[in-house]
Design a protein around this ligand. Structure first.
Ligand code: NAD
Length: 389
């Protein structure tokens, strides 16, 4: 049986508090399944709704003990941080406009934090949160979960290994159709997702643009210098952005294209990326996550698979099973929880974590994501003027 790196170090699982993810939420169950998949966390408490009664009912449904139910996040953090067996990690999966408040409060109480994206809904909040993470030295994992897929890790490892040569071109697109319906440009009840204040300065960017931005930085290892962008609304009578596009200039002179929309009728969740270097090109499509296409210069095209021939160590540790046995969204998400658990247990015991566990997105990535969103908006407002990131 494989050693559990958290139990080996701590002698127990990490105690997790969940914030958000109540009945009917999109991503709450995924977080809890991801936390439980590798047996490194025990969910001991949670506030699952802004309504305290609904929260308590939902918490009981996920197995929280009646004596660990609280009326608010503030009460929960205070009570748990004063218990000898209290929660020590907080996972935040609430609407975007509450990430900052809850993450700050959790850090102030000494909790390590796992937070869904976007890190915050305003740039100034991301600046402050990143500063707080640095000051406290606590672990902060931002769930840009697509970087948990084995073949995305393989792509990153191949770039780091020099197999692509110098990176020259990057094309990323994240194309969804969930907001393509012209009959319903806005829902009957305006939830936070359709509220331009609560969801951040641009819905499409907060929702999927930050994922695409992080994916290209993760695989290429390159930072963006400038963007020339257009952002807007293509479905009539809608008040939130539903597309954004940009030309990109990277720090090493590489060029790129970024395209995200939620208004492409019939499309589901097509996040895809192509990275070309001087020695070859990698292509990956999220809806078929087991395949990484590698087209080397002057050699036949190859298809890399999880744990297949040529798998590099960073990708090997992201698969739980032998080649040919499909894994997907939940396992990729769980890889971020697993990596964070190693960083947290190492921090708590004063040890060095396995360096391969430290590739998960953090508060710096969250801050760069927030800066990118603002740069895209600023450029678009100036009719596509090249704008620093
Ligand atoms: N990583 C991903 O792939 C991914 C996918 C979807 C959503 N998300 C992110 O997850 C977050 C939640 O998105 P969602 O689609 O699940 O939203 P949702 O509206 O479907 O669910 C939000 C949940 O949080 C609860 N909630 C709301 N306010 C709260 C508060 N103040 N305190 C405690 N609980 C509260 C609600 O009751 C609900 O259960 C967003 O930040 C979103 O960007 C990430």
């Amino acid at each position: 049986m494989e050693l559990n790196p958290v139990i080996s170090v701590l002698g127990r699982r990490l105690r997790l508090a969940v914030i958000g993810g109540g009945t009917g939420s999109f991503i709450g169950a995924v977080h809890r399944q991801a936390a439980r998949l590798d047996n490194r966390y025990e969910i001991v408490t949670g506030i699952l709704s802004s309504d305290s009664e609904k929260s308590k009912q939902a918490a009981l449904q996920i197995g929280i003990a009646p004596n660990r139910l609280y009326a608010s996040v503030a009460e929960m953090l205070a009570a748990e941080s004063s218990r000898s067996d209290g929660a020590e990690v907080a996972a935040i999966m609430t609407p975007n406009d509450s990430h900052f408040e809850y993450a700050m409060a959790a850090l102030q109480h000494g909790f390590d934090v796992i937070c869904d994206k976007p890190m915050t809904s305003a740039l100034a909040e991301s600046e402050a949160l990143h500063k707080k993470v640095q000051e406290t030295g606590l672990v902060f994992c931002l769930t840009h979960n697509y970087t948990g897929y084995p073949m995305v890790r393989q792509a990153k490892a191949m770039v780091e290994d020099g197999q692509l040569g110098t990176i020259r071109l990057i094309q990323v697109e994240y194309v969804q159709g969930s907001k393509a319906d012209e009959e319903k440009p806005m829902p009957d009840v305006i939830t936070w997702k359709y509220d331009p204040i609560r969801s951040g300065p641009s819905r499409v960017m907060s929702d999927i643009g930050t994922h695409a931005h992080h994916l290209m930085r993760f695989i290429s290892g390159l930072e963006l210098e400038e963007v020339s962008a257009e952002i807007g609304t293509i479905v009539p009578n809608r008040v939130i952005h539903d597309f954004a596009g940009a030309l990109l200039r990277f720090e090493n002179g590489a060029r790129g294209v970024f395209w995200v929309t939620q208004a492409a009728a019939g499309m589901e969740n097509r996040l895809s990326i192509r990275v070309s270097g001087s020695k070859g090109t990698l292509e990956w499509v999220q809806e078929f996550p087991q395949a990484l296409s590698f087209k080397p210069l002057h050699a036949p095209a190859q298809n890399r698979t999880p744990n297949g021939p040529g798998t590099l160590p960073l990708a090997a540790r992201a698969s739980r099973i032998a080649a040919g046995h499909p894994e997907g969204f939940h396992e990729g998400f769980a890889n971020l929880y697993a990596d964070a658990s190693e960083a947290i247990s190492a921090r708590r015991t004063g040890r060095q974590a396995n360096p391969l566990a430290l590739y998960f997105p953090n508060s710096w990535d969250g801050l760069l994501g927030a800066r990118f969103v603002n740069s895209v908006i600023e450029s678009s407002n100036a009719n596509g003027k090249w704008t620093k990131c």
